[in-house]
Design a protein around this ligand. Structure first.
Ligand code: PEP
Ligand code: MG
Length: 556
């Protein structure tokens, strides 16, 4: 019988193919001394290589668009960091070759990052990728990264750098498996955006032998090593059935008995809009505006630039609902000009709304730009704040929206347990809630969303998380207001039914997940969803909750 491994399924679908490992070998150039007269030439070589790598990352970003573009552009900036470059120059001046100087300078910087709090430690993989690219260029060897193969394969990696996930060719890369990364890591979000089946946090993924055939089930997180013909057919049949069901389902999101649950898309900017429209999104449930701010780490984008980007997204959904989240800077998305650099624990520091209340001019510009962008358009604009902790936060945000003359509904994201516990009090100030289950899980379980080792606790099926969802939805119902989910939990079709049963009023997710969620929701009545939700909440672990909900829905 085939061996079965269990990781965390983060992007649905089944992929069967041979393992190809990502080229992650660290290129360590020999430490040899150069004569002083060569220093200038070596410094020139280093600079050229850095510029070429930065240009390549920018070009990949342009090709990829959307959220991937912002991530790649951030990497390009990392490559050109002036302090790093100064360190490279210094090392060459005292006798290093260009490649060795780059290698050593990045190693020193890496150590700083790894010990400098969770966000920065989470960027080590990005930094390593940039270093490998520059060193490979200087050594004249192939770039590390996605394997060169004409045959489709399953990509296996320790962690995937955004530069590679962004350009994965879905016709060649059947799926991917990583040893690190949680279900809400950037790699997982990008995988879903690409529609490639993926499993993360698989211990021992690196030991899967090159060329071994594996079957990846991105829904359950199961990996079957050398699957039998019978297992392959079983998995393929299930995948084919799912595909057929998907293409048969169209129209607005609703349960089998017609209870409407609008299905909305999460977007990072105008580039993500075509996929959302194509997937039949009924609007946008989360516009992550921070991606507009990543282009320039020193300044906020101008009001005009913001108006332009917001208008493009708003225009795509005439008569539709577009929920724009104001800037969520800090923690895993720091901005030099806004985020304090010396926080011992950035995820618990000044991030999200806290940052904006410390920099009211940034919030004002954003709200004014939104008001201008929406002017004259027949769109239902809703604006929400990330990381609202209590009623005081909610009031401060609503006051800022009113002061900017914004004609929109104002809402609060529920990402901190205190907001769920006191949802009714928050709803005295705002008109809707949106559950950010990625952060809500992180803060409920004290489990960093970037760390694969704690992904068990990041599982949105955890009954404690479901309890907080239920509390928020009940509060919204009592206040006659809406409560959606825009965290990754909404993209799990079975969980989407449970969330509906808990009283959630809309679901927002990466566009690629919409058809599957729509088709699954359409199979069950609201009463069935409510029973599945009750069964999941009665469980004591995420696995039990998932199984209990599944048992109710499949009538076992
Ligand atoms: C969330 O935390 O669930 C969320 C939607 O926000 P982000 O993933 O951008 O932090
Ligand atoms: Mg969040």
């Amino acid at each position: 019988m085939e061996a079965t491994l269990r990781g965390v399924g983060v992007s649905h679908g089944v992929a069967i193919g041979e393992v190809r490992h990502m080229g992650t070998a660290v290129l360590e150039p020999p430490a040899k001394q150069i004569p002083a007269e060569d220093a200038e030439r070596e410094q020139g070589r280093a600079r050229k290589a850095v510029e070429a790598v930065a240009a390549d990352l920018m070009a990949r970003g342009n090709l990829a668009g959307g959220e991937a573009q912002a991530v790649l552009e951030a990497q390009a900036m990392m490559a050109q960091d002036p302090e790093l470059m100064a360190d490279v120059d210094r090392r060459i001046a005292v006798g290093s070759t260009a490649e060795r100087a780059v290698y050593d300078a990045f190693a020193a910087y890496r150590e700083l990052l790894a010990g400098a709090g969770e966000y920065l430690a989470g960027r080590v993989a990005d930094l390593d990728d940039v270093r490998n690219r520059i060193v490979a260029r200087l050594l004249g060897v192939p770039m590390p990264g996605v394997p060169d193969s004409d045959e489709p394969y399953v990509l296996v990696a320790r962690d995937l750098a955004p530069a590679d996930t962004a350009l994965l060719d879905p016709t060649l890369v059947l799926g991917f498996v990583t040893e690190e990364g949680g279900p809400t890591s950037h790699s997982a979000i990008l995988a879903r955006a690409l529609g490639v089946p993926a499993v993360v946090a698989l211990p021992g993924a690196g030991e899967l032998a090159e060329g071994t055939v594996i079957a990846v089930d991105g829904s359950t997180g199961d990996i079957f090593v050398e699957p039998s013909e019978e297992k392959k057919s079983e998995l393929e049949a299930a995948a084919a059935e799912r595909k057929a069901a998907l293409s048969a389902s169209t129209g607005p999101g609703a349960t089998a008995d017609g209870h409407k649950v609008p299905l909305l898309a999460n977007v990072g900017g105008p580039a993500d809009v075509p996929a959302a429209v194509e997937a039949g999104a009924e609007g946008v449930g989360l516009f992550r505006t921070e991606f507009l701010f990543l282009d320039d780490s020193k300044n906020a984008p101008s009001e005009e630039k913001q108006v332009e980007a917001y208008r493009q997204v708003l225009e795509a959904f005439p008569e539709g609902r577009v929920v724009v989240r104001v800037l969520d800077a800090g923690a895993d998305k720091p901005l030099d000009f806004l985020t304090p650099g010396d926080e011992p624990n950035p995820a618990l520091g000044v991030r999200g709304l806290r940052t904006l209340l410390d920099h009211p001019e940034v919030l004002r510009t954003q709200l004014t730009a939104l008001a201008k962008a929406a002017d004259g358009l027949p769109v239902y604009l809703e604006v929400m704040a990330p990381m609202v902790a209590d009623r005081t936060d909610a009031k401060a945000f609503a006051d800022a929206c009113r002061a900017a003359g914004l004609q929109a509904k104002f809402g609060a994201m529920v990402e901190i347990p205190s907001a769920a516990l006191r949802a009714r009090s928050i709803l005295q100030e705002v008109e809707f809630l949106s559950l950010g289950t990625n952060d809500l899980a992180q803060y409920t379980f004290a489990a960093d969303r970037q760390v694969g080792a704690v992904s068990r606790l990041q599982d949105p099926w955890q009954p404690a998380l479901l309890d907080l969802v239920a509390l928020s939805a009940e509060a919204a119902k009592a206040e006659g207001k809406s409560c959606g989910v825009c965290g990754e939990a909404a993209s799990d079709p079975l969980l989407a039914c449970v969330l509906t049963g808990l009283g959630v009023t809309s679901l927002s997710m990466g566009a690629a997940s919409i058809p599957c969620v729509r088709a699954t929701l359409a199979k069950y009545t609201l009463a069935q969803c409510e029973r599945a939700a009750a069964a999941a909440r009665a469980a004591d672990s995420a696995d039990e909750a998932r199984n209990a909900a599944q048992a109710v829905l499949s009538g076992e």
